[in-house]
Design a protein around this ligand. Structure first.
Ligand code: PGA
Length: 250
């Protein structure tokens, strides 16, 4: 298997707009099941729960992240949360450029780039998402689309030690569909080459989109796949642990 310099897979749970205080029971069950895990597990709950969970689960073998932030440190931006505010409550990572943010909030690569800089300025890891739509895929444009997103979403002075890249085909998110193993290896190999060429070859490249306990076994073993970004399968401890345990076998 060809992997980045990471010794363990990185699994990031993205709860999206899901979870209430009662969801604490899921985190308790997850934390209990993590003993002996052969993966690093990060969780990004909604911002309403983040501070509470960080406090309650401070001894759990989990790292905490947010799903978005504003690019500026403070100011007149009603409803927004800055990277500095997230770092202040103990978050260590922030997802930027998720396709749902790009779609629902018209986030461009330039906006994603400035958010990424904000996250790194605040001392956290930016998990930057890229991925093609079905239309782009059917046009045969996967590689050019990803190349442009990657080039424009990463600032010149990006800190590779504080960057994680997630390849998430938009058409695979929440649909139960995933690309073939050959397609994923080709894309991840391409991304790995581009990162190497920029001198940030240590950046892990995660796969995301309908990754769950039923397919984690083969997906996480593919060349150049350093872990996963997991949406719906991260909401329940049982299914997230199913993904995590896939890293343990053989
Ligand atoms: P999914 O979402 O696992 O529910 O497909 C992944 C994501 O959007 O990060």
């Amino acid at each position: 298997m060809v992997k980045s310099s990471r010794t363990r897979p990185l699994l990031v749970g993205n709860w999206k707009m899901n979870g209430l205080r009662a969801s604490e029971a899921e985190i308790s069950a997850l934390a209990e099941g993590l003993g002996g895990a052969q993966a690093d597990v990060w969780l990004c709950p909604p911002v309403t729960l983040l501070s509470h969970f960080i406090g309650v689960f401070k001894d759990a073998p989990l790292s905490w992240g947010a799903q978005d932030c504003h690019a500026q440190e403070s100011g007149a931006h009603t409803g927004d949360v800055s990277a500095e505010m997230l770092a202040d409550i103990g978050a260590v990572s922030v997802i930027v450029g998720h396709s749902e943010r790009r779609r629902d909030h018209a986030e461009t690569n330039a906006i994603v780039r400035s958010k990424l800089s904000a996250v790194q300025r605040a001392g956290m890891v930016a998990i930057v998402c890229i991925g093609e739509t079905l239309e782009e895929r059917e046009r045969g444009d996967v590689i050019p689309v990803l190349e442009k997103q990657l080039r424009e979403s990463l600032p010149e002075d990006v800190d590779g030690s504080k960057t994680v890249l997630a390849y998430e085909p938009v058409w695979a998110i929440g649909t139960g569909k995933v690309p073939s193993s050959g397609e994923i290896v080709e894309v991840h190999g391409f991304l790995r080459d581009r990162l190497d060429a920029r001198g940030i070859g240590g950046v892990p490249v995660l796969y995301g989109g309908s990754l769950g306990p039923g397919n984690a076994d083969w997906l996480l073993r593919l060349d150049h796949v350093d872990g996963g970004l997991i949406g719906s399968a991260s909401l329940k401890a049982s299914s997230f642990l199913g993904v995590i345990r896939a890293c343990q076998q053989g």
